[in-house]
Design a protein around this ligand. Structure first.
Ligand SMILES: [Zn+2]
Length: 369
């Protein structure tokens, strides 16, 4: 996707250094913490309350981020404690330090029901090996058993360390439409889905600010994947539905505080751009599936760079998500032959509609979270 949408503006040219905080709205501070791989960083936020601070998202596990948190405690809190920790969603860069932070401050964890329990399950699943359901899912998408074994032999960057504190054993549940009061302001919970099951965003109408997590990002695209744990899922449908929901809920001049890249204005344009992006990808797949195709062979149409290892799996999950959305719209159908799923377009006139040059590869990559 074009990374320079001219409708988007970025009001803060200098991002805060790791271990420092930058005020981006009255009482709302932007922090960055390091991440491995090309992701580079995650944005976290502090909201000042009357009696203490609310932390929004925590950074990844491990001593490096923990040390930066100690620096923040010493320099950015003005002598006030942290009174609550909120995680927008389950992914390890958002929840990795939740155990440490809640334990250090004896502060409660606020999450949605789906994200809290998914985090607890993920912590167990990361320690598990493969299973036949996983093998079947990948084999039917066209991945060889040899490749699966190679991948099983490598450790994920997000694999937990034994010394890390786990996700807290209790939480306060956030639901769509809830109000969270912080420092005299009301923050409305708006829940999205598709990237994760029940992603919490916080919108303050008075400040005209939304903390959007990974639900709305300005440049990179959030990963929307079918996973082996839910091989018949349709996450792209709920992702697109969520974009329509946020379009209806947000004014165009809201300041978006995302979990990656920079805070920005231009939310309506960005949401529409993302909808168009996924619709375009689906059309590319539909046109290509005039001849029956296996999912793995479709990846070069969707990703410009060569995908390897875990990023290949993320890309494959995205590809299957687009195929499942097309199936739910009855635009393609699927048959099982030799333990491979073959996807074929249903519309017999499709070859006449196909636009020359449309199959140009988009220049973005999946986000590795
Ligand atoms: Zn995420």
């Amino acid at each position: 996707m074009n990374a320079s949408n001219p409708d988007l503006t970025y009001p803060f040219p200098e991002a805060p250094e790791f271990g420092t905080a930058l005020e981006v709205a009255p009482g709302v501070y932007w922090l960055r913490m390091p991440l491995p791989m090309s992701l580079n960083h995650i944005n976290l936020y502090l909201i000042e309350g009357n009696k203490g601070w609310t932390i929004v998202d925590t950074g990844i596990r491990g001593p490096e981020t923990r040390d930066y948190w100690h620096t923040i405690f010493d320099t950015a809190l003005g002598g006030k404690p942290v009174t609550q920790v909120l995680c927008t969603h389950m992914h390890p860069d958002h929840t990795g330090q939740a155990g440490f932070l809640t334990n250090h401050w004896h502060a409660p964890l606020l999450m949605s029901h789906g994200e809290y329990y998914q985090t607890r399950v993920m912590n167990v699943m990361m320690r598990e090996g493969g299973n036949w359901q996983m093998s079947e899912y990948f084999e039917r998408a066209g991945i060889s058993q040899e490749f699966l074994q190679q991948l099983a032999d490598t450790r994920s960057n997000f694999t937990p360390d034994e010394e890390d504190l786990p996700i807290p054993s209790s939480y306060i549940r956030l639901m769509d439409g809830d109000d969270v009061q912080i420092g005299g302001n009301t923050w409305k919970v708006i829940v999205g889905a598709g990237h994760s099951p029940e992603h919490v965003c916080l919108y303050c109408e008075k400040l005209n600010v939304i903390l959007s997590g990974d639900q709305i990002l300005p440049i990179i695209t959030s990963n929307v994947s079918v996973h082996p744990t839910e091989p018949f899922g349709n996450p792209l449908k709920v992702w697109l539905d969520s974009h329509e929901k946020f379009k209806a809920a947000l004014p165009d001049d809201v300041l978006v505080l995302p979990a990656h890249n920079e805070p920005f204005y231009g939310v309506q344009s960005r949401l529409q751009e993302l909808i168009d992006h996924h619709e375009d990808r689906m059309l590319i797949l539909e046109e290509t599936c005039v001849e029956p195709q296996v999912a793995i062979d479709l990846l070069p149409l969707l990703f410009k760079r060569k995908l390897e290892g875990h990023s290949m799996f993320m890309g494959l999950g995205e590809c299957v998500a687009h195929l499942h959305c097309l199936m739910s719209r009855r635009r393609i159908e699927r048959t099982l032959q030799d333990n491979r799923y073959y996807y074929r377009s249903i519309d017999p006139t499709l070859t006449e509609r196909a636009t020359p040059g449309r199959h140009e590869e988009p220049d973005d990559a999946p986000i590795m979270i």
